[in-house]
Design a protein around this ligand. Structure first.
Ligand code: PMP
Length: 392
């Protein structure tokens, strides 16, 4: 016999829940911007139980002696105080280690993602536009839209080099306030030709700024940082994420002081917390550890690229990052072959990024992290099996 009073309670609870849900839906519809409602939150795949090769992380943990040094430094940090707003010691340490030219200051972000938002907010005059080569880093477009700016994507050449003529024509047509050049680019992995970048910097002149995003600099070993004095319209942006500190969340940027001063005005107060500050200060005293890890990953990248290229039906694009963009080609040119291989890799507990539907130039492309020799071998084996299974 069903318990009458229990089912009555359940009925009443359901009605109450529905009423509350309706009220909240009304609030959302009345208050939240329609363009925000239409967005999807930044997609992060659930990686539990997987070999995680989808987010360009460094696979190495800190060596035990560095873990101890860090623990001691963190334990002594004054958590009761707000950070000192100038972040002077941290900025000096970053400038020294990462070759910021004399006379150039830094602005810090909670990851370079926050710097992208800050620049967008500061430049979002009515009608201002943002331009970037496509395919590119998704946050450029998202941050532009959130700041109510129009985003103009200019397709790369099919070999993922910059289409200089198209970029220059778009600059004349749109007069963008902001242009992003990821150097090297995500998700394609390659470096742009410096002469193309110079042509863009010159064409923009004083009508906009060019943000050179050097997130992958540890794996590229080239940089525009030293050329800041030459280009008043250039912002150089970096992060410690790819170096092995993605969890710490610290990005930094530099540009002409008068411009940087304006970006500082939109930076949320105390955006870098004292734990991040203490950790990065401590770890940069041992920068050689991260340099060695980056060198190891560069060597692993060379080897993995050779091994992947040897697989039948796999095309590997040149990379100056800690990931490789590959295209998987079906003998009958099947459009969803990349999706099928992605699923086969997932079944074998290997998580990569399926970028095949991000842009028409990326058809059947997957983005795979360069990792340890063991994880690279696991990827290779799974890909061999996956390609075979997907062909059946
Ligand atoms: N720029 C590029 C080109 C990236 O690929 C990424 C992260 N994938 C970022 C910036 C953001 O890095 P973070 O916020 O971790 O500093």
């Amino acid at each position: 016999m069903p318990n009458v009073s229990n089912s009555t309670n359940e009925f009443a609870t359901n009605i109450a829940t529905n009423i509350v849900t309706n009220i909240v839906t009304n609030i959302v519809n009345k208050i939240i911007r329609p363009d925000v409602q239409a967005l999807h939150a930044y997609p992060v795949q659930d990686a539990k139980g997987f070999i995680k090769l989808d987010a360009m992380e460094n696979p190495f943990l800190l060596p035990p002696e560095l873990q101890d040094a860090l623990a001691q430094r963190i334990a002594k940090t004054a958590l009761n105080r707000y950070p000192v707003p100038s972040y002077a010691a941290l900025k000096t340490s970053l400038s020294t280690h990462f070759g910021v030219p004399e006379g150039f200051e830094l602005s810090l972000g909670n990851g370079s993602d926050e710097l992208i938002s800050m620049i967008s907010i500061a430049c979002a005059k009515p009608g201002a536009k943002v331009l970037a080569p496509m395919p590119g880093f998704v946050m450029y477009e998202l941050a532009a839209k959130l700041a109510h700016m129009e985003f103009v994507g200019v397709p790369l050449n099919p070999d993922f080099t910059l289409d200089r003529a198209a970029m220059l024509a778009a600059i004349v047509e749109h007069r963008p306030a902001m242009i992003y050049l990821a150097y090297p680019n995500n998700p394609t992995g390659g470096l742009y030709d410096v002469a193309d970048m110079e042509a863009i910097l010159h064409a923009v002149g004083d009508t906009g700024i060019v943000i050179v995003d050097e997130a992958y600099q540890p794996f590229a070993q080239v940089s525009m940082m030293a050329r800041l004095p030459e280009f008043s319209n250039m912002v150089v942006m970096r992060t410690v994420s790819k170096l092995g500190l993605a969890g710490v969340r610290l990005g930094y940027m530099s540009c002409a002081p008068a411009l940087l001063q304006e970006f500082e005005k939109v930076r949320p107060p105390y955006n870098i917390n004292v734990l991040t500050e203490a950790a990065v200060l401590c770890l940069l005293e041992h920068a050689e550890v991260f340099e060695q890890q980056a060198a190891q990953l560069r060597a692993n990248r060379r080897e993995l690229a050779i091994q992947l290229s040897a697989l039948s039906g796999v095309e590997v694009f040149p990379s100056s990052t800690n990931f490789l963009l590959i295209r998987v080609n079906h003998p009958d040119k099947k459009d969803d072959f990349g999706d099928q291989v992605f699923i086969k890799l997932r079944e074998q507990k290997i998580l990569v990024k399926n970028v095949g539907r991000m842009h028409y130039l990326l058809k059947n492309c997957l983005r795979v992290n360069v990792s340890t020799l063991e994880e690279n071998a696991a990827l290779l084996k799974a890909l061999q099996c996956g390609l075979g299974d997907a062909l059946k």
